[in-house]
Design a protein around this ligand. Sequence first.
Ligand code: SIN
Length: 551
Amino acid sequence: MAAILVIGSGLGGLLAAVRAADAGHRVVLVTKSVLPESNTRYAQGGIAAALFRDDSVDAHELDTLRAGAGLCDPAAVRVLCEEGPARVRDLIRFGVDFDRDESGVARGLEAAHSRSRVVHAGGDATGAAVEAALVATVRRRAAIDVQEHTMLVDLLVDDDGAVSGARVLGPDGVQRSLEADAVILATGGAGALFTHTTNPSVATGDGVAAAWRAGASVADLEFYQFHPTALAVPGTPLVSEAVRGEGAVLRNQLGERFMLAEHPDAELAPRDVVARAIARQMERQGGAPVLLDATALGRELLETRFPTITAACRAAKLDWAVQAIPVAPAAHYSMGGVETDAWARTTLPGLFAVGEVARTGAHGANRLASNSLLEAAVFADRAVRALGQPWPTGAFLPPMDPQADNETHWANRLHPLVEISTSSMHGLPSETAIGLPSGDPGTPIDRSTLRQLLWDFVGVHRSGAGLAHAAAALAEWTAPSATSVSVAALEDRNLLGLGRLLVAAALAREESRGAHYRSDFPHPRPELARSVSQAHSPSLELVPTQEAIAC
Ligand code: SIN
């Protein structure tokens, strides 16, 4: 029996905690807010998996690879699509009540899927249903010690370079150390980097920033997905892609369906294509949002299939059964994160990463709609199955699955990763330039200015000059101290560190691919169809002394 520390309470964290407890481990689950608060809770569209007779793992795999724009790790995609159906069935066993229709479990269509395969619950409240079922399951497990209002500050790394726990800030405002045999990081995304986001305010990139500071390799941070349709009102609530899947169309201010000229799949083109097309229309119309016209769907369908969006429209005094609603892109999902192998193992022994915090390679440069909850479930399950197994001696050795023929793949992949991460050929700035707090007194970070900076220069449309401006502005700020006992200050520290890494990665990638679009390099470059890893030696960073920490 091992002591497992799970950090985060979205699908990945909750499922990992349940699985680990059921495998006989002692589990401590810490979460920054209350247990049910997470990005998972706000997911609308659903979960994509090859569950139906007219579908196949191969078809799901192909759609995922296509959306990923040449940057997916095929082995990770295979695992995702192959194990996905079993994980959805697990969720049903844990009490998720997926919607049904006359044919059985109901399914929806979303962009870039070649067929309807997205299962949903509560109409457009899939995330809330998943979260509620898993929270109830966690609460029933006596072996899980839940610690709410407890924020990750830093990972603890022992003399051998293995992760041995975490320093956390508790609800009493005191930092303390939690020791563990293994840490499963499941802290979610970082939408708070941008002014406009569909994410809740807890999504401040704490896990990626802490893992990087501890020396874990991170990758693909330049690939940040902007959801095409957030309701253009304060709070930018999500308007699910499933609405377009049901037949809603996008119009500009003249009432024209502009997507028809953009892509053969029009409104159901891949997410990055639709987001960029909307951003271009908005520029043409002086920044005004475009319109999502769902009136043809009829009031009954809108209110029963999309109760969450209907409520958001009502709150904004909009009646989407009779009027087109204003929508605009908003930051939604990070494809990049802490680099893992197919067993959710990071480059630091003892540290697993699951869900949005991880970069498994399953999403490549652009995540396929409704693959995110699936990824969290599949890799949380795998992380627990890998507990207690010897850690690979290299950063990424072939996965343990004796059935999988991934050896050659991983061997091939490692070389380019190492090569690109140590090369300045593509302009990857040095460690100092990409965000190690210098210790010099500088300007204290201002979160709303940082978010606006990233929105303006690191958003849907990017350019080398804009990214360089953002990098210079970020370099001016000083990160708050790691010894702070303020959640907001510790979040700012993470946002600044992660923002610098993201900008560095975007500057380094001198091409356009998937969600990363640069006007100065508007096309993909085949020779850059590979991931960029960023890692640093923690010994270079200024870390607080143990004495400074109240344990
Ligand atoms: C949506 O419902 O459009 C979001 C689903 C996702 O991000 O995969």
